[in-house]
Design a protein around this ligand. Structure first.
Ligand SMILES: Cc1cc2nc3c(=O)[nH]c(=O)nc-3n(C[C@H](O)[C@H](O)[C@H](O)COP(=O)(O)O)c2cc1C
Length: 323
């Protein structure tokens, strides 16, 4: 069996441009990323190019797919035009965000409860980003039967691919991703399907890829943020060398050493683009909330990081983690 293509999932506040850049530079095996969502607005006010500041540098790289969230087809066309002008040929629509205040407005996973609004968005997206429009979906907002019943609608549009996270919106991130529900819906799709949810180890990837031959790939979010070498280890579990390859010399260094170097470089990047200690502290706490797992020191180390009141305190907590 061939190793699946691995995508980095969007995590708002974490997988931003500096993170993606460092991940691609420091590790192998991740072939592309979907960027965290940009809200569309209503279409009455034009979406400015700067709304996409996080992805603009990636235009033309083929590595990063911008994502938007919303329910206004005119705003979606507008955003697609801005992104096409910036050099992008791919766009993803978020139909999975579980947050109540988003879903209740019929956005994110809420869009899965409104067939007509979803149809209008699919039509607008496929027309405005021909050949490069994809969607990221959950099973539904409240009802896990929503997605299977929407597949005929989705199949009526030339979607580039569908990313499926088999949980409902109300489940948030609780319990386990429902691989049995995925098994029921996966064969129904006309478009290529990427599996997303709870891939934290190479064993998870092997299990999913073996159970679902024909998958277009696997998308990992929290797993890759916790252990950025996950995609390399997934390739190894399939007896392959990672593609893209890790940087030269990576194989000779331990996972902890590499994670520490990755985090230090990323901190420097963040310090350059964020203003003041408070935003830097916030961003680093988000990062370490996942990355601490690479150091296997349990919850004490994480608690100390989370209690830090300044970047210096956080650095000391991180140093203790690495000791
Ligand atoms: C903090 C956080 C932020 C997220 N932000 C986004 C987002 O901007 N767009 C999106 O489609 N999904 C977002 N997600 C969902 C993830 O992309 C992914 O679907 C989910 O975490 C399940 O995959 P995983 O188990 O590999 O992490 C977010 C998840 C978390 C935990």
């Amino acid at each position: 069996m061939k190793a699946p293509r691995v995508w980095l999932a969007p995590l708002r506040g974490v997988t931003l441009a500096p993170f993606r850049k460092r991940l691609f530079a420091s590790y192998g095996g991740v072939s592309a990323a979907v960027a965290p969502f940009v809200p569309l607005g209503t279409g009455t006010s034009k979406i400015p190019r700067r709304a996409f500041a996080d992805v603009l540098e990636d235009a033309g790289s083929g590595l990063v797919v911008p994502q938007v969230i919303g329910r206004d087809p005119a705003a979606l066309r507008e955003a697609a035009a801005v992104l096409r002008d910036a050099g992008f040929s791919h766009l993803n629509l978020n139909c999975g965000c579980p947050w109540k205040f988003v879903a209740r407005k019929g956005r994110g996973s809420g869009l899965l409860e409104d067939r007509d609004a979803l149809a209008r968005m699919l039509e607008a997206g496929c027309e405005a980003m021909p050949g490069g429009f994809s969607v990221k979906v959950r099973l539904g907002y409240r009802d896990a039967a929503a997605l299977p019943s929407l597949v005929p609608l989705l199949n009526g549009f030339p979607l580039e691919r569908v990313f499926v996270h088999p949980r409902t919106g109300v489940q948030m991130y609780g319990g386990r991703a429902d691989e049995d529900a995925f098994a029921r819906v996966f064969p129904l799709f006309a478009a290529p399907v990427v599996y997303n949810g709870d891939v934290f180890s190479p064993e998870d990837a092997v299990r999913v890829a073996s159970r679902f031959p024909g998958l277009d790939g696997i998308m990992a979010g929290r797993g890759l943020c916790a252990r950025p070498d996950l995609a390399e280890r997934i390739a190894a579990a399939f007896g392959e060398t990672p593609s893209p390859a890790p940087p030269p010399g990576a194989a000779a260094r331990g996972a902890r050493e590499r994670a520490a170097a990755f985090a230090s470089a990323l901190e420097e990047d963040y310090a350059r683009v964020l203003f003041g200690p408070a935003p830097l502290l916030g961003r680093l706490k988000e990062l370490w909330g996942y990355l601490h797992a690479s150091f296997e020191t349990g919850d004490d180390g994480l608690r100390r990081i989370q209690r830090s009141r300044t970047p210096d305190e956080l650095r000391a907590a991180v140093a203790a983690l690495r000791a």
